[in-house]
Structure formats: structure tokens, C-alpha cells
Write a protein that binds this ligand. Structure first.
Ligand code: SF4
Length: 334
């Protein structure tokens, strides 16, 4: 198993939302460590990666959202290290602000170097606010999307597609496309991981997608998706050979990590990932155990793997360190 990238994650910024599909299972509370403490470890990792000549240097990711006092400093830190966070900011979950204050905030992040932001829309106003678990979230995301262009920032909204919001999509897309200066809109199917497994009954089928108007369908890139029936019929599923490692800093591991070398930390997290996957049968065995040949819902192959893993772990009563939960040290295999 080849580790192809390493990220340092610090969930020190509580999110204002608790979205139903949140892969980080946000409960509107912080779970990380002091920002500066996380940054020091990230700096150590960046120097280590440079000395090792890694093709992709380790990066520092602050979550759950972009609402924390050191945001501008962190954008500068991203710029100094050549990370994507120097130019791009995910804006979901930040504090709701009135228009004037929103303008000041956008102007500050633009001055810091941000060129592109993302806001996510889940459906009409009522559906969106219920999904995000925050009243006023839809109107605020719309305000951000509408004001971004005035500050020279491209807002590229994203829209998850589920059976719950299918009927709302044409009007939602029309609303977004009518915003002057709006960037490209991207529709996507939610991952099965985190709280995304709760949306399993609402995953769409090719027939659901075919029923969408052409201009909405065109925004949904399904190249990596097939129905479960198709994945099973098309032969052995691809075995994973690579992993992206996430070193998530928490109160219960930061003291230990500060005493360890970077090599030791990487080996420790790789060990957690190895232990997890040793306890679970390979994907093609899981497919034989749990595959549903008549299921017409659409998945990436990793969604099926996550779905079957959950079932295997539950049925066998396994108590594992969950490396698919990014609030823990985690790995995404591919
Ligand atoms: S805005 Fe993002 S981090 Fe916050 S709850 Fe929603 S998905 Fe999770």
C-alpha cells in the first residue's frame, strides 16, 4: 500500500452547521487542538517532506470551517507553502453575517489572496436549512455567492443530488445561474462515508438522473459512477493500492505526536490503517457477501466498499479504530 499524500488536519474551528451528510459528522463543536500548536507540527512536516523530496509536500488543513481568528494568517501560511488554501476557500458553515459585514469579510479574504470560493446548496430554502441544521443558511450562502463577484472572487457552487432534492434542482440551478458573475456550478452524489450513509435510501438511479432537465444533467459528472448492479456484473472490483493519509490532531494524540518524529507519526498512522483493513475482508469478498445484484442506485466503487465495511463491522461486532472517520487519523484508499 503506497502512501501518496499526507495531510495534517486540525478541526479547531467549529462549524455553524451540522449537515445531514457531513463526512466530519459536525455537531457544531471544535474537536482539534490550538491553531498554533497544529501549525507548528505542520511546519515540521513541511520541512520533513521537503528534505525527503516528496513529490507532494504535506499540507495543513484547518476545519471544520473557515470561521476562526487565524484565518488570514492561515491563508498566508498556505501561500508560503504553495498549498491550494492560498487561493481557494470552502465557505460552508461560517458565521451568518449581514450584507455589509459579508462584503468586508469577502474583501479581507480577497486581499489575503483568495480567488475562488465554494458554497453548497441542498435544495429550496426550507430543505436547505433543515439539511444544514441552521435557519438562514440558504439565504446567507446565496448572499455570499451573489456578492463574491463584486470582490473579484469566483464563487463555484456545488449541489448534492439525492432523491430528496431532485424536484427542487431545476429551480435551484436556475436561481444560481441567474447570479451575475457566478462561476461553474457542479452537481455531485454524496459519499457514503461519515454521516453520508444516512442518505443511502435517497441515492439516485440512472432513471432518476434521466428525468432531470438537460441543463441540470449536464452539471453532474457520472464518469466514475455505476449502479451497484453494474459494478457487480462488470467483474472483479479494483483492489486499492494507494492511500492518502490524514494526521488528524486531537487532544488525545497531540502530546504523543509532539514527542515523535515525522517518520514515527507516519508509521503510526499507516499502522492504524493497516490494522483496520486487516480486520476486514477484501472488497471482492465483501461484494460476494453483501452485493445486491438488483440495486440500481449509483455509487463510486469506494462508496460500495464503505457500505459493505459498515455492515461487516456491525455484523461481527468489531471494535476498530475507524480510519474512515476523518475526525480520527484517517486514510482514503484508492
Ligand atoms: S458545512 Fe461542511 S463541515 Fe459543516 S456540517 Fe456541513 S458538511 Fe460538515
Amino acid at each position: 500500500m503506497q502512501t501518496i499524500s499526507i495531510g495534517i488536519m486540525n478541526l479547531c474551528a467549529p462549524c455553524g452547521c451540522a449537515c445531514r451528510y457531513c463526512l466530519l459528522r459536525s455537531c457544531k463543536q471544535a474537536e482539534g487542538v490550538d491553531y498554533e500548536r497544529g501549525k507548528r507540527l505542520a511546519e515540521r512536516f513541511f520541512a520533513w517532506g521537503r528534505d525527503k523530496g516528496l513529490p507532494e509536500p504535506p499540507f495543513y488543513n484547518v476545519g471544520f470551517c473557515a470561521e476562526y481568528p487565524q484565518l488570514l494568517e492561515n491563508i498566508a501560511f498556505n501561500r508560503a507553502n504553495g498549498w491550494i488554501g492560498a487561493r481557494f476557500l470552502q465557505c460552508n458553515g461560517i458565521a451568518i453575517r449581514p450584507e455589509e459585514e459579508t462584503d468586508r469579510w469577502l474583501s479581507r479574504i480577497k486581499a489575503a489572496g483568495i480567488e475562488r470560493i465554494d458554497t453548497t446548496f441542498f435544495g429550496d430554502r426550507a430543505c436547505h436549512d433543515a439539511f444544514a441544521a441552521r435557519d438562514g443558511d440558504y439565504d446567507f450562502m446565496l448572499l455570499l455567492a451573489s456578492r463574491a463577484a463584486a470582490h473579484g472572487i469566483v464563487c463555484a457552487p456545488t449541489v448534492p443530488v439525492t432523491r430528496e432534492n431532485l424536484a427542487m434542482l431545476p429551480e435551484l440551478i436556475d436561481t444560481l445561474e441567474a447570479i451575475p458573475g457566478i462561476g461553474p456550478i457542479g452537481c455531485f452524489l454524496p459519499d457514503h462515508r461519515g454521516r453520508g450513509h444516512l442518505l443511502e435510501p435517497y441515492r439516485v438511479t440512472p432513471e432518476d438522473v434521466a428525468g432531470l432537465p438537460e441543463h441540470v444533467r449536464a452539471l453532474l459528472d457520472l464518469r466514475r459512477y455505476k449502479t451497484e448492479a453494474e459494478w457487480l456484473a462488470d467483474g472483479p472490483l479494483p483492489e486499492y493500492t494507494k492511500r492518502a493519509l490524514l494526521i488528524t490532531l486531537r487532544a488525545d494524540n497531540i502530546d504523543l505526536f509532539e514527542r515523535m518524529t515525522c517518520d514515527e507519526i507516519v508509521a503510526y498512522v499507516e499502522g492504524l490503517d493497516d490494522d483496520y483493513y486487516r480486520a476486514i475482508p477484501p472488497v471482492n469478498e465483501l461484494a460476494q457477501m453483501y452485493g445486491e445484484p438488483a440495486n440500481r442506485r449509483l455509487y463510486r466503487v469506494r462508496d460500495l466498499f464503505w457500505k459493505w465495511q459498515r455492515r461487516y463491522i456491525k455484523e461481527h461486532g468489531l471494535r476498530l479504530y475507524d480510519v474512515t472517520d476523518e475526525r480520527n487519523c484517517a486514510a482514503v484508499r484508492s
